[in-house]
Design a protein around this ligand. Structure first.
Ligand SMILES: [Zn+2]
Length: 75
């Protein structure tokens, strides 16, 4: 008998707004993304193994950076 298990991360698009990118310096749409990581058994995600993390992605340069709490409320 063998087990197939692992961790699977999934991104969910929450919305976007116009903002200033700290990386490329351009004013472009910034997408807010929520990433959850779940333990999976036989490719079936079962339960989260860590709290959800939030990221902001720049649509101009594609760079991801961590989002602060006040940015999540604004989106
Ligand atoms: Zn950028």
């Amino acid at each position: 008998m063998f087990l197939i298990f692992g961790l699977r991360s999934k991104d969910k698009f929450l919305g976007s707004r116009l903002g200033h990118c700290e990386v490329c310096g351009a004013t472009a749409a910034q997408s807010l993304i929520r990433r959850t990581t779940k333990f999976s058994l036989f490719f079936v995600p079962l339960f989260p193994v860590r709290p959800a993390r939030y990221f902001v992605a720049c649509t101009n340069c594609g760079r991801l950076r961590g989002a602060a709490a006040h940015e999540m409320a604004a989106a």
